[in-house]
Write a protein that binds this ligand. Structure first.
Ligand SMILES: Nc1ncnc2c1ncn2[C@@H]1O[C@H](COP(=O)(O)OP(=O)(O)OP(=O)(O)O)[C@@H](O)[C@H]1O
Length: 499
């Protein structure tokens, strides 16, 4: 296992023996088809790795998620991983479908090497459609929408890397994301895809650049809007040569009730002409679309219809809880199922996440909690530990609702359904409205790139019931009931969902 300067693990080359599982996203991709039940894959790669015997589950699901650092119960596995996404990538109705190869998309040979090294074999639909538009000259802005987990990151990372002139030691591409966790993840993709290029990278996230640094000239800078604004204001980054400006989770980044002001401030400090602006998200609600079109004028647009926004491989369920306290009991009764793969529990407030985590820990369960009130280094340690599979259950807030890509996550629980900002809601609780976009992003933390996933919503009163119905209507997807008192039924339903 190797750590680079930023604390990321260096990808293990395709086809190499695997000493440690789940160390990098790219590597994790190659591994995630291990065992049965993942016959849908397409990228054929193999791994002779270690399998944790203890991971055999009550559901009979194969030990797909080998983990952690203790080697005591690891045995050398001899079976091969063959992730055959081919079926889905061959289905024209799938968001993973493409009629083209990466070669046909006009990418530089060094980037092709990076892509194949990550275990990708064919583009997804968004990559096939967006890349030729993104790479054509003169550069044209892009507003791109595609379902969660369908490969948007690769589309904009390849564009940034394609447009950088590596002979110049100047910042040429800037990417903003709504959370430090997502910025770090995007950077890991830049590093992996740019492995065969001389790309230099830098973060613009809290505590990433030592005080006193006066100049950053890395080719690609990835960060969050607050820190980026600060660095640009202090002229630490010379932006005169910036050619590409990317907003991941663009609807969130442009939302006037969220990060919109800060993002606009960043844009106003970047070159006014000749800069390609790229906006990507799985959701673009109507109230942001108009602003997005102004922010990225004359953009090529790739849009989804409202009923296409969620993917079919995520089974959406709900559990009818008696009251707030019963939600906790139900969560605890689910614990065993939550730890078969990995799971993320979303709460509306930080204090709820902390309280649940403390209670569960006190009762002997192993869970982690992550939210924006924790300091930067603690946040990094928690998400890294979860990514590496050391923690199986992560209790969190909306801070990681978007973008986070951890293939082993097969369950998402909405302990609290997402609500629109309280300031948007009327004081009267019954006027609160569900945050449909956040719901779509939260459940999208599972079911990545064609994998199966399950989301469970806890409803416990008239309001939450009404919110769930509104979500059903807005997404055009049925949410199926799972009983809370019959453990066998619960298990049976979960088994069905993950099959
Ligand atoms: N062409 C490909 N072949 C195989 N795997 C791919 C391909 N493109 C992307 N992936 C993998 O699919 C997963 C999801 O990709 P990514 O995180 O870019 O999704 P996304 O569309 O940005 O999702 P979100 O909307 O949640 O941010 C990642 O693990 C990525 O490595």
């Amino acid at each position: 296992m190797q750590k680079d300067a930023d604390g990321f693990y260096t990808p293990v080359p395709a086809g190499m023996p695997c000493p440690q599982h789940m160390r990098t996203r790219s590597h994790a991709y190659r591994l995630s088809g291990q065992g049965k039940g993942e016959g849908e894959g397409g990228a054929r790669t193999e791994c002779r790795g270690y399998v944790r015997l203890r991971a055999v589950s009550v559901l009979g699901i194969h030990p797909r998620f080998p983990a952690a650092d203790d080697n005591t119960d690891l045995i050398r596995s001899t079976f091969e991983v063959s992730v055959t996404l081919a079926d889905q990538q061959a289905d024209p109705n799938s968001p993973l479908y493409s009629a083209k190869t990466f070669e046909q998309l006009g990418l530089h040979a060094d980037l092709l090497k990076g892509i194949y090294d990550m275990g990708f074999s064919k583009p997804s639909k968004i990559q096939e459609r967006a890349l030729p538009l993104l790479l054509s000259n003169p550069p044209t802005n892009m507003i791109g929408q595609s379902q969660s987990g369908t490969g948007k990151t690769a589309a904009f990372v390849l564009t940034m890397l394609s447009r950088v002139d590596f002979t110049k030691n100047k910042t040429q591409a800037i990417c903003l994301a709504p959370s430090r966790e997502l910025a770090r993840q995007i950077m890991s993709v830049v590093v992996a895809m740019g492995k065969f290029t001389p790309v230099q990278t830098e973060y613009a996230i809290k505590d990433s650049i030592p005080r006193g640094t006066t100049s950053v000239s890395a080719h690609v800078v990835v960060g969050t809007p607050g820190t980026m604004t600060d660095l640009l204001r202090r002229k630490v980054i010379d932006v005169s040569e910036v050619k590409v400006f990317v907003l991941d989770e663009a609807d969130n980044m442009l939302d006037q009730d969220g990060l919109g002001d800060q993002t606009l401030r960043v844009k106003n400090m970047l070159p006014r002409t000749g800069m390609q602006i790229i906006l990507f998200s799985a959701t673009f609600p109507d109230h942001v679309r108009t602003f997005a079109a102004k922010f990225a004028p004359s953009a090529n647009k790739i849009e989804l219809k409202k009923n296409e926004v969620t993917v079919d491989n995520i089974r959406q369920c709900y559990m009818d809880c008696k009251n707030e306290e019963h939600k906790y009991d139900v969560l605890v009764s689910l614990y065993h199922l939550l730890t078969i793969g990995q799971s993320i529990i979303f709460c509306q407030h930080r204090h709820t996440a902390d309280r649940i985590a403390q209670r569960m820990t006190a009762e002997g369960h192993k869970v982690a909690s992550l939210h924006g009130a924790k300091d930067a280094s603690e946040r990094d340690a928690i998400i890294d530990s979860f990514r590496e599979g050391r923690e199986k259950v992560l209790i969190t807030t909306n801070v990681i609702a978007r973008g986070i890509d951890i293939l082993q996550v097969n369950m998402v629980v909405n302990y609290d359904l997402p609500l629109l900002n309280e300031r948007d809601n009327h004081r009267n609780k019954s006027d609160a409205r569900p945050d449909i976009e956040t719901y779509i992003h939260r459940i999208g933390r599972t079911g990545r790139f064609g994998r199966k996933g399950l989301s469970i919503n806890f409803v416990h009163n008239k309001e939450t019931w009404a919110h769930m119905e509104q979500i059903e209507e807005a997404t055009g997807r049925k949410i199926i009931r799972i009983g809370t008192d019959d453990y066998d039924e619960m298990e049976e339903q979960l088994k069905k969902a993950l099959k």
